[in-house]
Design a protein around this ligand. Structure first.
Ligand code: NAP
Length: 304
């Protein structure tokens, strides 16, 4: 078993990382680093430097804290010769991820920029079905309730928190995985609450007749759909990439996201074994481009 430290014990660490690590025969959760959070039965540190100094036996560090503070933690872990796994989005900016890639290469350790939605059950079959086809239209609808998924997390509305692109980038991670040809953002409308720094909704237009509708104000049933039309037929990915329909008939998958994080940790084990890195910034480039091109709209103030 490889010893791993989990950093940032908050919502996603508790919901997904801890269950995935503890269920895996490949990993031992050997320490946590968090200013307030702990995992029962696991040695807890409140700062990364102490953990790195006191636990040379821990070779891998998984960072589950928000994107803005993550860079300093990643740099410290890489410079201490540890392999590093980054939650999505991999950082607050593209340039800081390039810097981490350079440090990982210099130190000879693995860096994994994870995209959990790419591990959804139906993504690989969707990619296989679309391979070699010409896309005539593609449409993302990603509408969820920010109060349910980010309760009280003001950082999502602070600079670098990405707003609705925090979930929207999951859809873009699937789109960039399954489409057989590159697309690029040509226009965007970004809707900001009057009292916030990041958008609560976004409408994106891409080349190739591709569009995306992201909204964080949907209560009740949540929508995480991608529909693609080709000359061969109609493909729909539902439930965040976990269910595949072809020509409006279910083909494969199940409506649960619980397979995604076990698959990320299995991939990290492979990367560490082979001393390889996996850093694909394509989803984040689309977000940066949408922010660059976006037309700003203002809506009602938002409070949790
Ligand atoms: P969160 O609960 O707000 O934050 C995780 C933990 O990070 C916090 O409990 C906090 O622990 C630590 N932290 C927060 N701000 C910090 C700071 N400025 N400096 C140092 N530590 C800080 O967030 P989350 O929902 O788990 O999201 C974390 C990451 O996971 C994000 O990148 C998000 O996109 C991704 N993610 C979230 C979800 C979801 O459903 N929420 C799903 C998939 C992926 P301490 O106070 O104990 O230090």
């Amino acid at each position: 078993m490889t010893k791993i430290a989990l950093v940032g014990i908050g919502k996603i660490a508790v919901d997904q990382h801890v269950p995935a690590i503890t269920a895996s025969p490949e990993w031992e959760l050997a320490a946590t680093v968090s200013r307030h959070g702990t995992v029962p039965g696991t040695p807890a540190f409140t700062d990364i430097d102490s953990m790195l100094a006191e636990r040379p036996d821990i070779s891998v560090v998984s960072l589950a804290l928000p994107p803005v503070p993550r860079f300093a933690y990643a740099e410290a872990a890489l410079r201490a010769g540890r392999h590093v796994m980054l939650e999505k989005p991999p950082g607050a900016t593209l340039a800081e991820i390039h810097a981490l890639q350079a440090i990982a290469a210099e130190m000879g350790v693995s860096l994994y920029a994870t995209w959990h939605s790419r591990m959804a059950r139906a993504v690989a079959p969707a990619k296989a079905w679309l391979a070699g086809q010409t896309i005539t239209r593609a449409n993302i609808t990603w509408r969820e309730d920010v109060r349910k998924w980010h309760p009280g997390q003001d950082w999502v509305f602070e600079p670098g928190g990405m707003g609705v692109f925090d979930p929207g980038i999951n859809a873009l991670s699937i789109l960039t995985e399954i489409l057989p040809a590159l697309v690029h953002v040509t226009a965007a409308t970004l809707t900001y609450p009057a009292n916030r720094q990041t958008p609560i909704a976004a409408a994106l237009v891409f080349s190739g007749n591709v569009s995306a509708d992201f909204d964080w104000r949907q209560e009740g049933p949540q929508t995480w759909d991608i529909e693609v039309e080709t000359h061969k037929g109609h493909l729909a990915l539902r439930m965040g990439g976990n269910v595949l329909e072809i020509d409006h008939k279910p083909v494969t998958g199940e409506p649960s996201i619980m397979g995604e994080y076990p698959a990320l940790y299995a991939r990290m084990a492979d990367l560490v074994r082979t001393r390889a890195s996996d850093v694909d910034l394509a989803p984040m480039i689309h977000v940066a481009d949408a922010m660059t091109l976006g037309r700003r709209m203002v809506t009602d103030a938002f409070e949790f």
